[in-house]
Design a protein around this ligand. Structure first.
Ligand code: ADP
Length: 425
């Protein structure tokens, strides 16, 4: 990040103008003093001839006018400088050579929740950060700008939090010995950028891990089949396992593609009037055999005529993921599954309710995140990619709706989809 060229210039202007302002005040006093002496007749003053007093008087008057103009200029520049500093997204700090705060903008005060400008206090007293102190020291020592990324503790509400700052520290106007007259420090908050980077890294690591497992299983079986004499029964068993893992790979790649399209809003929605009840029935038909095998009791509560403007294919896919999870994690014969739809305000609210094991409270805030699993082995054994609920979430978001979960461990889970009856395009 570079410091705007005009900022040090403005600060120098302000300092110079400050001295001029002081001088002007002195001259005004002097001028008034001389005029007072003339009025009282203590000083000889004749209009018709140049006297020392008259010349001095005129000079003083001219100086006073000039300095009044400079004073106005100062006020204008001071106003502009304050306006610029307070509208900057970066935090700005000016220190003297003793590292005492001379100026701080509102943004920096807000970043560190400083109730008032800590003028006159040292940088160490205010920020309590050795690295920041060192960066500023280096600026003075080397005379060249320093750039450093710092993690600093700030208060966010009542809680302390760590934020990342790109700190730039530059020396201001050289003094006679060639050193700095003061230091300008700019704080650029890059916490969000670092958080996104961490998410991206974690995502790449997760994808690599998810791909590596089935791929290494596949290549292991292939090597055995190629190198060893394997009887036909074992060969068939190997091939079946390979097929299962190839299917998992395929599902993973498909889910990843879909999720990336949904997230980047590249997937156009084909909105039409969708009958909610028939949509429920169509998805349930795809689970017929599992429902029979697990003796799941399914209840559908949805008015026959209830419709929503939505992409039927996407809504079915979201429902498919939720029902698949309910059956997969329900974990007991005699599971009860309820699909309920009703209108609340301008929204269609769909609830997918099961009486399975539920989701631990600590996991609930994370289950819509990519690759987040509560029951890792059960998810993988059941062919889960860890992306099902993320797809549900982004499908609903793409329709302008929202998702939520309500679950008590041991008592089952309710997934709630809220879709606008008519999405605003
Ligand atoms: P997965 O492919 O693992 O099923 P999901 O994103 O669909 O991925 O689900 C994330 C995790 O949420 C699952 O691994 C599971 O631990 C938990 N989960 C989802 N639905 C249910 C449910 N109905 N009951 C209990 N746990 C569930």
């Amino acid at each position: 990040m570079s410091i705007p060229w005009w900022l040090p210039w403005l600060l120098l202007e302000l300092a110079t103008a400050g001295s001029a302002f002081f001088l002007w005040r002195q001259l005004v006093r002097l001028h008034h003093g001389v005029r007072g002496l003339v009025t009282e007749g203590k000083l000889p003053y004749r209009r018709d001839g140049p006297t020392v007093v008259q010349a001095t008087f005129k000079d003083l008057y001219r100086l006073e006018v000039r300095l009044r103009e400079i004073g106005q200029q100062i006020a204008d520049e001071d106003f502009s400088l304050r306006a610029i500093l307070s509208s900057m997204v970066e935090g700005v700090l000016i220190l003297d050579r003793q590292f005492q705060v001379r100026l701080i903008n509102q943004r920096l005060q807000d970043m560190f929740q400083l109730p008032r400008a800590p003028l006159g206090r040292t940088v160490m007293e205010v920020f309590r950060n050795h690295l920041l102190h060192q960066v500023i020291q280096r600026t003075l020592g080397t005379g060249s700008p320093q750039f450093e990324e710092l993690q600093m503790e700030v208060n966010e509400g009542e809680r302390p939090a760590t934020r990342h700052f790109q700190v730039t520290s530059v020396g201001m106007r050289p003094d006679r010995e060639g050193g700095s007259a003061g230091i300008l420090v700019i704080f650029h908050d890059i916490t969000q950028m670092r958080a996104l980077e961490a998410v991206r890294k974690e995502f790449v690591a997760n994808v690599s891990h998810e791909l590596r497992t089935p791929l290494s299983i596949l290549s292991g079986y292939l090597e055995t089949l190629l190198d060893d004499e394997v009887d036909p029964v074992t060969t068939k068993r190997f091939l079946e396992t390979m097929h299962r893992h190839a299917k998992r790979l395929n599902a993973l790649v498909e889910d990843l593609l879909l999720l990336s399209q949904l997230e980047s809003r590249r997937l156009p929605l084909h909105l039409e009037s969708v009958g909610v009840r028939s949509c429920f029935q169509q998805v349930l038909e795809r689970f017929d055999s599992v429902i029979q095998a697990t003796q799941t009791a399914v209840t559908v509560v949805a008015p026959e005529e209830l419709t929503v403007q939505a992409d039927p294919f996407r809504v079915e896919q979201a429902l498919f993921n939720l029902i698949d999870n309910a059956l997969k994690y329900g974990g007991k014969p005699g599971l009860k599954l309820t699909l309920r739809a009703e209108v609340e305000g301008n929204d269609l609210v769909i609830r997918v309710i099961d009486n399975g094991p539920g989701i631990p409270l600590s996991d609930q805030p994370h289950i819509f995140e990519r690759f987040y699993r509560v029951y890792k082995d059960r998810s993988r054994d059941g062919g889960g990619t860890g992306l099902g609920l993320s797809i549900v979430k982004h499908t609903v978001l793409a329709h302008g709706g929202s998702v939520g979960v309500d679950s008590s461990p041991g008592k089952g889970s309710t997934f709630i989809l809220r879709l606008p009856l008519v999405p605003v395009s």
